[in-house]
Design a protein around this ligand. Sequence first.
Ligand SMILES: [Zn+2]
Length: 186
Amino acid sequence: MEYTRGFPGGKEGSMKFLWAPWRMNYILSKKQEGCLFCSKRVEERDRENLILHRGTEGFVMMNRFPYNNGHLMVIPNRHCFYLEELRKNEAKELFHLLNLTTQVVRETLYPHGFNIGINIGKAGGAGEDHLHVHIVPRWTGDTNFMPILGETKVVPQYLDETYQTLYTGFRRLLKKGTRRLGGKRP
Ligand SMILES: [Zn+2]
């Protein structure tokens, strides 16, 4: 099925697909002109646009059509397609933001694991040509996660609550300092 394509997924086998039927809305919706990430980045409506944190060379945004609760994306500010287009400082920042984001998700949503990955190009399942890294928290048995909502779309209220939780988590961790790496593993 179309909505099982892309990240996370891969070939059928060891990794179970997450059931995310509301993603059909995304797949069926008309694609806006231009790059979504470039346009959201310059707008000053971070809450509406689900932008949680802005770094020096990149930013962190929630996926409006998540594969799972807390599905985030780390996006370089500059519109790049391939990894090698990233300058050294941008690549470094991207990894720093990945590090920061997984810590925030761990401290707020307590996942048991993560899928972290990059889809490149339409054939790779990427919705945008602007390079971005997906962070999908995983919980044991979460392949049945979203049906509890009993809807084929994610209720905005629900996204808003998660936004608030994560937003607070980012502020808290940034205040504390991000040097504390590692920590207890699940
Ligand atoms: Zn872009």
